[in-house]
Design a protein around this ligand. Structure first.
Ligand code: ATP
Ligand code: MG
Length: 242
């Protein structure tokens, strides 16, 4: 099987805080995985390392079959990364933000792509508005557009539905669902994991504590137990097979 996202024994500390502690996992090409874990578990740190923005102290990461830090040009061109609390350039308009990333990404003929993406994400009416004047939810949608403008093979999304109201969450879930990329999505919302992903990686204190598929997770539920409760049990370490 080909793996498009691969982390092997990755560790990262910030001073005395061990954010990642020998983290290993693989995401097969063409699949979508959820990255779950309690606050401070190391989800954002994992995604920042996979995107090439942060060097691990130890370990090895590959995206699209390429070492992210040895061949960073190749790896980065195949990655789309939505940071946690992503902020577009606030003094540029919506269109200028998208033109800017299109140029940085080396896209040609990006005008039509920008029009399509603005239509798909219902941002057309804001096209000439400075990003700083948008609501937080619309800024988030613009940040998503900026992460996927180049149709990346691998998408790393850190809490993509933050700030979105419920109808907009639906719209964005449906939009993300039809993208062809291999995805790793960090989220706290289990319904998102259930609808957007098949595989699940649960981490705590910088280590994988459970991995499998959504159906496997559902099967762990006791009668009348919700999937959120199963996940909370695993995260808390109150799980016999964890
Ligand atoms: N730049 C930094 N400087 C110092 N400590 C950091 C830094 N980035 C992360 N950490 C620490 O590393 C640990 C993991 O943080 P991380 O942001 O990866 O967690 P997370 O799983 O994304 O949490 P959340 O669900 O709250 O977003 C935390 O203890 C955090 O305080
Ligand atoms: Mg985070």
């Amino acid at each position: 099987m080909d793996y498009c996202i691969y982390a092997d024994n990755v560790s990262k500390s910030f001073g005395y805080v061990k954010a990642l502690d020998g983290l290993s996992f693989k995401v097969p090409c063409g699949s979508s995985f959820a990255l779950l874990g309690p606050n401070g578990a190391g989800k954002s740190t994992t995604l920042r390392i996979l995107s090439g923005l942060l060097r691990p102290d130890k370990g090895h990461v590959e995206v699209c079959g390429t070492d992210v830090f040895l061949d960073s040009g190749i790896a980065k061109s195949c990655i789309g990364y939505l940071p946690e609390d992503a902020l577009p350039f606030l003094n540029l308009t919506v269109k200028e933000n998208l033109e800017y990333v299109s140029i940085l990404r080396g896209l040609k003929d990006y005008e039509q792509r920008i029009i399509d993406i603005l239509n798909d994400l219902n941002l057309k009416e804001y096209v000439d508005r400075p990003a700083g004047s948008l609501s937080r939810g619309n800024r988030q949608k613009l940040a998503i557009a900026m992460a996927i403008i180049h149709e990346p093979r691998v998408l790393l999304l850190d809490e993509p539905l933050n700030y979105l109201d419920i109808p907009t969450q639906e719209e964005v879930i449906n939009y993300i669902k039809q993208l062809k990329s291999t995805m790793l999505i960090s989220t706290h919302i289990m319904s998102i994991a259930e609808r957007l992903t098949t595989g699940v990686i649960i981490i705590n204190k910088g280590r994988v504590v459970w991995e499998g598929d959504i159906d496997g997770l559902r099967k762990l539920a006791n009668p009348n137990e919700r999937i959120e409760q199963v996940v909370a049990r695993i995260m808390g370490g109150y799980f016999e097979n964890a």
